[in-house]
Structure formats: structure tokens, C-alpha cells
Write a new protein. Structure first.
Length: 365
């Protein structure tokens, strides 16, 4: 009768078995992490961020253990906090996302990117000090307990801390653009995106998926007369959205006529292409005007061209055409863009409301 080693049960066999299992485990992890290419989730996973960068199991810090060897931020003495966080939620997020070179700067002004696609947030007075010019009502206001504009019938309920980052974003990643929530009141409203190479069936095109610059982002229109990110915004800003012909929006299904017998009550967010509704009515937009501008606001386009030429007559304004999602130094995060200014900032190249309107409309002088 042979020894255990001869039958494959010795130390060498045990080592080989362990090595095989490790190889299989590593292969599975690589397949999940690399093969999926889910850029949104990558921001808060794996080598990019480890659990202990944000969480402390016992609200205690007696060491500096983390993926990088540096705890960031330190465990706050005012804790413990819900979900084992090292700090109050908003401060926890801004520890990385305000003034750090390795993460998108989303609060107030930015020294590293002067034209962010989403702009910058502000905060309610008495909570976080705002940067100069970023005041309440200039966009989404952290810790605000007010209901959203147009949100009287929204299912959104401000928590004890009011509006926080996770009111809109999934901290551990989601399948949506920029980790936007697709659960709770946003269930079913995934905002899809294409990374590096455009895919017209996706809602957003990110030329560089890890960039925060507006030049790296454009918006497709996979479904005519629909805006997926507009539908996502609608979950809070209910009254500002709807199909043409609905009571709160006015207009007609699919657009308006030049007779001005069915005027819009609120600006459409998906139904009408620029310059598509005739020429005689006083509320009609002009494709020629939009195309003639050097600096244009972001529009949706089913062709993926976004230039507003005669051959590209499918450009459609939506929420991000007029607003920075996080905000800027203008009221409501509006983009005052004349289209001809030499310098373009997150606020636009102009300075008054009509500069934005005249991106598409020639009325008003």
C-alpha cells in the first residue's frame, strides 16, 4: 500500500490544489472586473477604492490601514455615523470630490476643470461654506429640506439631512451614467451610456469615461420624442415634464403647429426638434440660428452629430441644454450662452437670461 503522498494527498498536492484555486479565483475576478467594463461601478470598487477608505467597522481609528496606506478622511470624533461611515455622509463624499486631483470636483468652483459637464453644487447656509458666487438657488443645494421646484406631486421625501449626494447617486455604482440611482423613486429609469465609442442606442456618449469635462460628453436620442435623462429628472421635478398635449405642458403630441392655437405652457424637454415646427408663429425655434453659433448648448441628437445643420435636423433640447445638473454661478444653474463669446465658462459666454433663449429663438432682439 502506498503512502499518502503517492496517492496525491501529501503536502505538494495540497500546495498545487491551493494554487489552482487561487488561479481560478483571480481569473473570475479579472473576468468580472475587466470584461464587464462597467465604468460607472469602477469608480467606487476594486483598486480605485477599498471599503476602509469610507467605512470604519467600529467607529475607531487606531491605525492607518487602507488600500493606499493612508486613511482618508480620518474617523470623525463626532461619530459614530450610520452605515459605518467615517464622517457625516456629505462631508465623506466631499473629502474626495472637492478639490482633490484624483476625483471629480463637484462642489463650487474647480481649479482642475473649468468647464465641468455637471457644474458645481452649493450648500444650504449654515451647513457647508459655499465658494464665492455659488449661492442657494444656483443649482442643487446640499442639505436643503425644500421640495424640488415643480415637485409638489413628487414621491421624493427629504431626509433629516435634506438633499445629499446619495439622493441622486448610487455610492457603490449602478448601471447608469455617472452612477445615477435606478432604484427607489428612480426605479426603471436607467440612463444608459456608451464609453469611448458612441452607440446611438445609448442615452449618453462619454468620449473619455473618466473625464468630467463637458467637451467629453454628448447626448444621444435613442427614442424619438423621449429623453431618458429627462424622465430621470422628472421623478423629482414632476410638473416640469410631460408629453406634448398633456395638461401641464400644453402643445401637441409630437410638437406644435405654426398656427399658435395650442401653445406650450412649459418648455418641452423632448418633443420638439429645433426648427421643426414651421416659421410663422412667434414661439418657433430656428435651426439656422442654432447652426450659426460658435458656442452651442448641449442638445440630444439621434444622428450623433449635434451641429444643427440642415442635414442634421434632429437636434432636440432637453434639461441639460439649459441647466448644469449640479449648478453654477447663475440662478437655477442656467447656462447664459450667446454663442459668440470669446470665452466660455460653466456659466456660458454671456450674462443674461435672453442669451440662453436666443440659442434657439430669434425673437426679442
Amino acid at each position: 500500500m502506498g503512502t499518502s503522498k503517492e496517492h496525491g494527498f501529501g503536502p505538494d498536492h495540497a500546495k498545487e490544489s491551493i494554487m489552482r484555486r487561487l488561479i481560478i479565483l483571480v481569473s473570475v475576478v479579472l473576468a468580472m472586473g475587466v470584461g464587464a467594463s462597467a465604468y460607472a461601478g469602477d469608480y467606487h470598487s476594486g483598486a480605485a477604492l477599498v471599503c476602509t477608505d469610507c467605512h470604519a467597522a467600529h467607529a475607531s481609528q487606531a491605525h492607518t490601514y487602507s488600500g493606499s496606506g493612508t486613511v482618508f478622511p480620518p474617523v470623525s470624533a463626532s461619530g459614530p455615523f450610520p452605515n459605518l461611515l467615517r464622517e457625516e455622509e456629505t462631508k465623506m463624499c466631499l473629502a474626495c470630490h472637492d478639490g482633490q486631483a484624483f476625483a471629480p470636483d463637484v462642489f463650487g468652483s474647480s481649479a482642475t476643470n473649468t468647464r465641468r459637464q455637471a457644474g458645481g453644487l452649493n450648500a444650504k447656509a449654515g451647513t457647508i461654506a459655499n465658494d464665492v458666487g455659488y449661492d442657494e438657488i444656483d443649482g442643487h443645494t446640499l442639505h436643503s429640506t425644500d421640495m424640488p421646484p415643480g415637485g409638489a406631486s413628487s414621491a421624493y421625501v427629504p431626509g433629516a439631512n435634506g438633499l445629499v449626494c446619495t439622493s441622486c447617486h448610487a455610492q457603490h455604482g449602478s448601471s447608469s451614467y455617472r452612477n445615477l440611482l435606478n432604484r427607489g423613486i428612480f426605479a426603471g429609469d436607467t440612463v444608459s451610456y456608451a464609453a469611448s465609442t458612441n452607440d446611438l442606442t445609448k442615452d449618453v456618449f462619454e468620449r473619455n469615461p473618466h473625464s468630467y469635462s463637458e467637451t467629453d460628453v454628448d447626448f444621444n436620442e435613442p427614442a424619438t420624442n423621449a429623453s431618458r435623462y429627462g424622465q430621470w429628472c422628472q421623478n423629482c421635478h414632476v410638473d416640469f415634464h410631460g408629453a406634448g398635449g398633456s395638461t401641464n405642458m400644453g402643445g401637441l403630441s409630437g410638437g406644435v403647429t405654426s398656427a399658435n392655437t395650442t401653445p406650450w405652457k412649459r418648455h418641452p424637454t423632448a418633443d420638439v426638434n429645433i426648427g421643426s415646427s414651421g416659421t410663422s408663429a412667434t414661439y418657433i425655434s430656428s435651426l439656422t440660428r442654432f447652426n450659426g453659433l460658435t458656442n452651442r448648448v448641449k442638445v440630444m441628437d439621434s444622428q450623433g452629430l449635434w451641429n444643427g445643420t440642415t442635414a442634421d435636423n434632429t437636434v432636440t433640447p432637453s434639461c441639460m441644454s439649459c441647466h448644469k445638473a449640479h449648478g453654477n454661478r447663475n440662478p437655477f444653474g442656467l447656462i447664459f450662452m450667446t454663442g459668440t463669446g470669446a470665452t466660455v465658462t460653466e456659466e456660458g459666454d454671456g450674462g443674461v437670461y435672453k442669451d440662453l433663449c436666443r440659442q434657439c429663438h430669434s425673437q426679442g432682439g
